[in-house]
Design a protein around this ligand. Structure first.
Ligand SMILES: [Zn+2]
Length: 219
């Protein structure tokens, strides 16, 4: 079978994975009750259900370039990410929100590209302004802390991806209903950094202000 053929993939799914989980599909057909809102990057290498080993019905997923969360605003526009967050929290009552960034994120890398290189993607360039503070933090305070030593490209990339996750969590708290539910202990917010080549996921600890590998060790 030509694995590149999307239609063959559907047939394969029907004959195999669907059959394996047919009882589950029947059970969740009428209603979803996801426990987690997963905000991830659109990057094809990030597969939320795979890295969390979850089944259909468990994750409510919103993906966009660089896993960004626009700060809360009450405007009359078409707001895709904001609507997904609102629906997950206020209607589906998810118990967790995960903001998941990843290694080698093209969106984070594009923050450092020249305007000329972004001329064909004006909307992406505008969208990435939401990660502007992450870039500022990396370029400013993080650099100062290392005695002005220049980062390697890879170091800067990783730091930017990780600062970006923290920045988007800040944006989440600008949503009044998320702030309220978080303060009441009804919702938990996590920041994850997924490493594509190793499969490792690092969880952000706001108390320690570091990323800790999720490996089952006591924290
Ligand atoms: Zn990405």
């Amino acid at each position: 079978m030509d694995k590149n053929n999307l239609f063959d993939g559907v047939i394969d799914f029907n004959n195999n994975e669907y059959k394996k989980h047919s009882e589950l599909f029947k059970k969740i057909a009428e209603e979803q009750n996801p426990h987690t809102l997963f905000i991830g990057c659109s990057d094809s290498r990030v597969v939320p259900s795979l890295i969390t080993k979850t089944l259909p019905g468990e994750l409510f997923v919103v993906r966009n370039i660089a896993n960004l969360v626009p700060p809360y605003r009450n405007v009359s526009e078409f707001l895709a990410t904001t609507s997904a967050i609102e629906y997950a929290v206020n209607i589906l009552s998810v118990k967790n929100i995960v903001v998941c960034g990843h290694s080698n994120c093209g969106g984070c890398r594009a923050l450092y590209m020249a305007d000329e290189d972004l001329k064909d993607i004006p909307h992406t360039k505008k969208w990435l302004e939401l990660a502007g503070n992450a870039k500022k933090t990396v370029s400013g305070s993080a650099l100062a802390a290392r005695d002005k030593k220049e980062f390697t490209g890879k170091e800067r990339e990783t730091l930017t991806e990780r600062e970006n996750i923290k920045e988007q969590i800040k944006h989440l708290y600008s949503y009044p209903y998320i702030k309220y539910k978080s303060e009441k202990g009804e919702i938990k917010i996590y920041g994850w950094h997924y490493i594509i080549e190793t499969g490792e996921v690092y969880n952000y600890s706001s108390e320690k202000n570091i990323y800790e590998k999720i490996d089952g060790a006591p924290v």
